[in-house]
Design a protein around this ligand. Structure first.
Ligand code: PHE
Ligand code: ZN
Length: 849
């Protein structure tokens, strides 16, 4: 069990280990309840670091024997590791320990997933495999021998030998222990190959269970595209003879970039048209690229310590977004990313879990794999690129790879290459890494004698531990439009560095309309009192697709807020403007589908809170429904036309063009169902030959209260497919009426297929509950209690997944006192659980602080 008294680790306390590890030899003798792990580690004192006590991390290990330079020793063993007296010079340390992968339900270290052995070592899982300096700045060369009866036995690097019951692997590239991986099981591979531009032939394998072979083709193509893209765009080649990917059913996260042996949650790699939606395909393509890109940004160049997590994650998210933009539609990708950033990262920034992109302290690093580190970390890189320009960006990256290859680095190292390439002082820019919270940008305008003046004022609200904020460097991309809709100033990047700053544009014939924060050039909240007429104007005329979409979103939000607070009718001027956009067949269907989207109910709750109004989830639900009904009736004649445009005749392909059409089709079907009661959805369900169409029809039927039969048919059809059954579970909750959400969830937890120790299944159910704003926030607190019951239960088995799901309560302070009290009580109940994990203890403590 974990140490109850939580210890806080600080960035400022960083000290090097004291030794380098020249080589690592590991032997695994596999057995579900008694795996033996023998290690031989060669330590050499680090001349640059003062000699210190010799301590190796180790948790939940049964010690068998130890030796130093061949002589048996008896180290002092604590719950966190071992301490030993060691020689002054180089020495060899050997250990043998026993572990029980079968009983490892936390899914960290070596564990079993349905009979197959696999590992997860990031961030601190290797210490559950053997005693080791389990820190990312200790990099070493690993040789691994696996003994066991499993037909397939994999580890990092290249295969160097195999025989009856054993296999050996050698990874020539020094790596930290968190990138170690081992897999053994009864697996089959979809194989292919890739020739790098310097002519290295790389064997590619996607390892799966036999029954999943038909779900591998797309992932393999995505891998090859990623390898090709990283060569073309970043000049990065792959560096081993083989690249293995394994699909695992029980996994806490999406996927893991272990050197040469990526391990994926099945949901993040397996897909066939019948079983996966367009959104699944796109996510898979992005995650495969992400993990592959880590080979350079993460593996060849890793992090000095876990505070630098954004060094690899922010950059790799940024790179995978560039990849998706190139493979699909850059405009659509940007909008989708901003929606996601606001939903997850802004929410984090606005609540008690707010933390800087580079945190300064933590108790459990697993709790910092957050939207702030990943997505805001990527936004920071996007701003940097915008400020220095594409050319300087690519020279800085070349320098980064050349200078730091093989090293464990910091954000300081990263920024220094940009400073050297551009001769720019980035000390103020660096605040983006240190300061938490979403900056607010207030805008004032002046117009006189042909001169337009824009005054920007920035403030960042206080966040936990950071009451006062300094001004940041904020790139604000601006365009100006003349009143007749022509662009009089093409996109220009203003650099806001002061708390308040004015920008002057002389020589204009008429007062311009500003198109601000084009492409969402900075992760800020724009506070600008603009008229509805101006927004409608931008919706019609803006030449930047992002700000055009944003104008529509602002109109939708304003409309919904007025409907919630004043019982107003839907805004006719906005709906007319939007209709013109929807009818414009020259616009990408995917873009029009995005235009049909409205702000989420949680987003509206936050907007109300920001305006000093306590959000009422039922009223927000009602207004959203009323708007949807109004749009459905208003556009009764337009919808069939759009449905025609959205229809795809060609055989299914998960590409941008087809999936864009289907996303328009799904949005249209949801509205149509409000007028036809579900007949169109029923017809679509019956003829659907792919999961995208099948699932969107099913959601409509459930929403219309006509889902029972289709749900039963769906289950009968997909009973044996776990990933599809996850959808079956989640959809019923997501599409439920808020008065039913808790009851539906509760009933599903009693379903024989509710395998709650499987993270995907648990998340399918409770992620859907937490994501149903009005259902989760039911006034009597039943949603809060149900989730708390299950988090308390899961914590014993899987602290990491439990802790991540605690974030469902992160916005608790924005609701009325009664709901606050009920959420607080749920959190207190979790906090009071005897033996609560360190992961959840930290989360709950931060949430109620
Ligand atoms: N490093 C992984 C990624 O971003 C995420 C991860 C973290 C996976 C911790 C498992 C455990 O690609
Ligand atoms: Zn990553």
């Amino acid at each position: 069990m974990k140490d109850a008294q939580a210890q806080t680790i600080y960035l400022r306390d960083y000290t090097p280990f004291g030794w380098t590890v020249e080589s690592v030899h590991l032997t695994f003798v596999l057995a579900p309840e008694a795996t033996r792990v023998r290690s031989r580690l060669r330590f050499v004192p680090d001349p640059k670091a003062p000699a210190q006590e010799f301590f190796l991390q180790g948790e939940d290990l049964t010690p068998i024997s130890f030796a130093i330079d061949g002589a048996p020793v008896t180290p002092e063993i604590t719950p966190e590791g071992l301490r030993a007296k060691v020689p002054d010079g180089p020495f060899t340390f050997e250990a043998e320990v026993e572990i029980a992968p079968l009983h490892n339900t936390a899914l960290e270290g070596l564990y079993m997933s349905r009979g197959m052995y696999c590992t997860q070592c990031e961030a601190e899982g290797f210490r559950k495999i053997t005693f080791y300096p389990d820190r990312p700045d200790v990099m070493s060369v690993f040789t691994v021998r696996i003994e066991g009866g499993e037909p397939v036995k994999l580890s990092n690097g290249n295969p160097v030998g195999a025989g009856e019951g054993w296999a050996e692997w050698h990874d020539p590239w020094p790596k930290p222990a968190y990138l170690f991986a081992l897999v053994a099981g009864d697996l089959v591979a979809q194989s292919d190959s890739f020739t790098t531009r310097s002519g290295r032939e790389v064997a590619l394998n996607l390892w799966v269970r036999e029954g999943d072979l038909h779900k591998c083709a797309f992932g393999m193509e995505a891998l090859k595209s990623s390898m090709d893209w990283d060569e073309r765009v970043y000049g990065r080649e792959y560096d081993l003879d083989v690249f293995n990917i394994v699909a695992v059913d029980d996994f806490n996260m999406g996927a893991m970039e272990n050197k040469g042996l990526n391990i994926f949650n099945s949901s993040a790699v397996l897909a066939s048209p019948e079983t996966a939606t367009d959104a699944n395909f796109e996510r898979i393509e992005g995650i495969i690229a992400h993990e592959y890109f880590h080979n350079w940004t993460g593996n060849r160049i890793t992090c000095r310590d876990w505070f630098q997590l954004c060094l690899k994650e922010g950059l790799t998210v940024f790179r995978d977004a560039q990849f998706t933009s190139d493979m699909r539609s850059a405009e659509v990708k940007r909008i989708v990313d901003v929606i996601d950033l606001r939903a997850r990262q802004f929410a984090e920034d606005q609540g008690p879990l707010a933390h800087p992109v580079r945190p300064e302290s933590f108790q459990e690093i697993n709790n910092f794999y957050t939207a702030t580190v990943y997505e805001k970390g990527a936004e920071v890189i996007g701003m940097l690129k915008l400020l220095v320009g594409d050319d300087a960006y690519s020279r800085a990256l070349d320098l980064y790879f050349a200078r730091h290859d093989g090293q464990a680095c910091t954000i300081e190292d990263w920024l220094r290459v940009f400073e050297e390439v551009t001769a720019r002082d980035l000390s103020q820019f660096k605040l983006w890494y240190a300061q938490a919270g979403t900056p607010r940008l207030a805008v004032a305008e002046d117009w006189q004698d042909g001169t337009y003046t824009l005054t920007l004022r920035q403030t960042t609200p206080p966040t936990p531990g950071q009451p006062d904020k300094a001004p940041l460097v904020i790139p604000v991309a601006l365009g100006l439009l003349s009143p007749d809709g022509h662009e009089v100033l093409p996109t220009t990047v203003l650099e806001l560095t002061e708390a308040e700053q004015s920008f002057v544009f002389p020589g204009l014939a008429a007062r311009p309309v500003p198109s601000l924060l084009r492409g969402f050039s900075a992760p800020v909240v724009l506070e600008r009192e603009s008229s509805r007429e101006e927004r409608v104007f931008l919706l019609a005329h803006d030449t930047d697709t992002f700000t055009r979409w944003e104008a529509n979103r602002d109109l939708a939000r304003a409309c919904l807020l007025a409907m919630v607070t004043d019982g107003a009718d839907p805004d006719a001027a906005w709906l007319d403007g939007l209709e013109t956009v929807l009818r414009d067949a020259s616009l990408d269907p995917a873009y029009r589908a995005l235009m049909l989207g409205v702000p989420t109910q949680s987003d509206l709750a936050q907007a109300l809170h920001d305006r000093g109004v306590t959000p009422d989830p039922e009223a927000i639900w009602a207004a959203t429904e009323r708007l949807r009904d109004a749009r459905a009736t208003r556009w009764a004649e337009l919808l069939p036309q759009l449905a025609d445009e959205a229809r795809v005749e060609a055989p299914y392909r998960p590409d941008a063009a087809q999936s864009g059409r289907r996303s328009l089709g799904s949005a249209v079907l949801a509205l149509t169902t409000r007028v036809d009661g579900g007949s169109a959805a029923e017809a679509q369900y019956d003829r659907a030959d792919n999961m995208t169409l099948q699932l969107s029809a099913l959601a409509c039927l459930v929403q219309a209260g006509r889902g029972a039969e289709a749900l039963a048919r769906f289950r009968a059809q997909w009973q044996d497919d776990r990933l599809v059954m996850d959808k079956w579970f989640g959809l019923q909750i997501a599409a439920s009426d808020p008065t039913e959400t808790v009851a539906v969830t509760e009933a599903l937890t009693r379903d024989p297929d509710f395998d709650w120790t499987n993270p995907n299944r648990f998340r399918a159910v409770f992620g859907a509950l937490a994501g149903h704003h009005a259902g989760f926030h039911r006034a009597d607190g039943a949603g809060y209690d149900l989730l708390a019951d299950w988090l308390i239960r899961l914590d014993d088995k899987n602290p990491q997944t439990t802790a991540r799901m605690c974030a469902a309560y992160q916005s608790w302070r924005r609701y009325d006192p009664d709901r606050q009290a009920k959420m607080r009580a749920a959190l207190d109940r979790i906090a009071a659980k005897p033996g609560l994990s360190r992961d959840v203890t930290e989360m709950v403590t931060r949430l109620i602080a």
